[in-house]
Design a protein around this ligand. Structure first.
Ligand code: C2E
Ligand code: MG
Ligand code: MG
Length: 653
């Protein structure tokens, strides 16, 4: 899908598409044609980029061996064809002589490859001379040009072409018998030099094509055809060197791509990557470059500031928001994007820019994914803290650092507590209390949430069963489930095990999920939720109203409870639209036979509005903050204030 709004020109022709260029007369057109021709040639011909050091040395060694063997062989041949020993030695020396430069270790590649090529061509000239211009001896030139082409460098290659033409034309005119074996060529040496030259050029085209292909293979990603890391770094380096203004890099990493590969297979994964690459290309101008760095990582270099790059990032988010349909099934693509520009980099190097953008991407992931984060100084420290927290999380369960706090849910009409939501707390040995919004995304990312989530389930069901026994009536409990638990864990058997071990009836357990569970394989998630409901467990949709697709997932998710997000409740009574919205959600839920819980009730006013709207249940600081289990227990009755003077509130157990 090509994104086409916004102020920046997004066409692939980019600045070349500026209509102002077409105003001029024929001269302008000529320039345009010349430029087009130049561009065509530039894309068809090799760039003449440097071969990797090791490859160049291997090829150069091979050429030197061939050249040396030819020098010796031609000396012997001179003797065999009746030349004097002196002539034989002189010829061999003439062929071998350039090799002294070719083997000079301190000199540059250009000189050494040119010297080796000179020896190769001297061998061809000598052979043609020794065979008195025999046509078959000329084939040797073809072989030598092929060898010179191995350097993938215009100097030896161009030299080879010039020598062939010069030798045939010039030497052919002065000493026709030394070059041509037949009469017609001896009479018109330049014509025959041209004929030979055309053949040589034709053969050279094949070498050029192979050379160009070789270059491209080292610079392109074979799956998507995008630039690879090497080319991206080169382009970025060039932009940094040539542009006075800022240059930016975006680092993009698909969220949870591994799950697509695992659940739908690598072929589908590859198709997805190809589609993503096409959509990304639709978001940039021709002056910018999109690259695939490997796996599910992409990068874009943008000629502009971090602000321009962030706009490109936003465009990428919306271009990828449309689900990708492969084999009739939709895949929701989400991507975390980091942006860095040259003004915040310690040095103007491509590597630093890419590293900073990578770091910003890393923080985009931990901030909840599917977003753009712009690099700022100090992010290294934040990333380090994050990495340390992730590693500390591994030992948090075993180290007994995790606890569960419980927050009551009350029935608005009677005011009685019907149950509690289990909310995880981490008492870090050195950092103190770490809030769940900080460490749960990290646990999600590292996968630790699967084990942690299992522990919370075991703990919360055990606690609810104990409370119910002690109170002699049902006390329900709600436990939050992460998307990753639904995908990675056999959550149905985990829940069954927790219920069996605690003895809590399934009907007393509610599992809370957010829209986040619908990111990946919707069908699989819906199946799992159905299986959980078959156990008798209730499903609640948490933070309802915050996701852009709330209504559509309400239709798809098998649910029993809707929890209206705190952000709506907080505005109740302030005269805004929230009251209308909350009223509609309550009405909608009622028509779908769903129970409604309003989250985050803090004031009397909010309470009163909710009662007026006939909301059945609520949760919030007004009724009770999340507290350790013993605070709510029979031994220590709930210490929270009554919600309203005069309203009887039965806080149980
Ligand atoms: P949530 O499930 O929506 O939980 C409600 C959050 O709102 C809790 O934050 C709670 O302390 C807070 N809250 C409740 N009443 C009020 C109020 O009146 N005012 C305000 N300002 N806040 C209120 P908490 O405990 O920080 O948890 C944050 C989120 O972390 C939870 O949101 C939930 O998504 C996640 N979380 C907590 N425990 C777990 C867990 O065991 N597993 C998973 N996967 N996620 C958890
Ligand atoms: Mg919740
Ligand atoms: Mg919530």
């Amino acid at each position: 899908m090509a994104y086409s709004s916004g102020t920046a020109p997004l066409t692939r022709s980019g600045e070349g598409g500026n209509p102002g260029l077409q105003v001029g007369g024929p001269g302008v057109e000529d320039t345009g044609m010349l430029r087009a021709l130049h561009d065509r040639l530039a894309t068809a011909l090799p760039e003449g980029r440097h071969l990797p050091e090791e490859v160049w040395h291997r090829r150069h060694r091979a050429v030197l061996w061939v050249a040396a063997a030819q020098a010796a062989g031609l000396g012997v041949m001179a003797l065999l064809t009746g030349r004097t020993p002196l002539t034989a030695v002189l010829l061999a020396v003439a062929v071998a002589c350039p090799l002294t430069f070719a083997a000079l270790p301190g000199s540059g590649r250009g000189l050494r490859s040119a010297a080796a090529t000179a020896s190769l061509l001297a061998a061809s000239v000598t052979l043609v001379y020794l065979m008195e211009g025999l046509t078959e001896a000329h084939f040797h030139f073809f072989v030598m040009i092929g060898l010179a082409a191995l350097y993938q460098n215009w100097v030896p290659f161009g030299m080879a072409l010039i020598v062939v033409l010069g030798h045939h034309g010039l030497v052919g005119t002065l000493f026709p018998h030394a070059v041509f074996g037949h009469g017609s060529a001896q009479h018109a040496p330049w014509t025959w030099a041209l004929v030979h030259g055309v053949f040589v050029l034709a053969a050279s085209l094949a070498h050029l094509a192979a050379w160009r292909l070789n270059e491209q293979q080292g610079l392109r990603d074979p799956l998507t055809g995008l630039a690879n890391r090497t080319l991206l770094l080169e382009t970025t380096g060039r932009m940094l060197a040539r542009r006075a203004g800022p240059t930016s890099v975006l680092f993009l990493d698909l969220d949870d791509f591994k799950d697509v590969n695992d659940s739908r297979g690598h072929a589908v994964g590859d198709q997805l990557l190809t589609t993503v690459s096409r959509r990304l290309q639709g978001c940039v101008r021709s002056v910018d470059q999109v690259a695939r760095l490997g796996g599910d990582e992409f990068a874009v270099v943008v000629a502009g500031s971090a602000r321009t790059a962030a706009e490109v990032g936003e465009r990428a988010l919306s271009a990828l928001a449309d689900p990708v349909v492969i084999d009739g099934r939709a895949i929701h693509v989400r991507v975390s994007i980091g942006v860095a520009d040259s003004t915040t980099a310690a040095d103007r190097s491509a590597g630093t820019l890419l590293r900073n953008a990578d770091l910003a991407m890393y923080l985009a992931k931990s901030a909840g994914k599917n977003r753009v984060v712009v690099y700022a100084e100090g992010m290294e420290r934040a990333a380090q803290v994050k990495a340390e927290l992730i590693s500390d999380l591994d030992s948090a369960v075993a180290g007994g650092q995790l606890t569960v706090h419980y927050q009551p849910t009350v029935e608005l009409t009677g005011g009685s507590t019907t149950g509690y939501e289990a909310l995880l707390r981490w008492q870090h040995p050195t950092r103190g209390l770490v809030p769940p919004m900080e460490f749960i995304p990290l646990a999600e990312e590292s996968g630790a949430i699967v084990e942690i989530g299992r522990w919370v389930l075991t703990e919360a069901t055990r606690q609810a069963a104990q409370w119910s026994r002690e109170a002699g009536r049902r006390i329900d409990v709600a436990v939050n489930l992460s998307p990753r638990q639904l995908v990675d864990d056999d959550v149905v058997s985990t829940v069954r095990t927790a219920l069996d071990a605690s003895g809590l009836p399934a009907g007393q357990l509610t599992l809370e999920v957010t829209e986040g569970v619908l990111i990946d394989d919707v069908e699989a998630v819906v199946d799992t939720l159905r299986a959980l409901r078959t156990l008798g467990v209730r499903i609640a949709i948490d933070d309802f109203g915050t996701g852009y697709s709330s209504l559509s997932y309400l239709r798809r998710l098998p649910a029993d409870v809707v929890k209206i997000d705190r952000s709506f409740v907080q505005d109740l009574g302030s005269g805004g639209r929230s009251t209308t919205l909350v009223a509609s959600i309550i009405e909608l839920a009622r028509s779908l036979h769903l129970e409604v819980v309003a989250e985050g009730v803090e004031t009397e006013e909010q309470h009163a509005v909710l009662e007026r709207l006939a909301c059945s249940h609520a949760q919030g600081y007004l009724f009770g903050r999340p507290q350790p289990a013993d605070v709510h227990g029979i031994a220590a009755p709930v210490s929270v204030p009554l919600p309203r003077p005069g309203t009887p509130v039965t806080v149980t157990p």
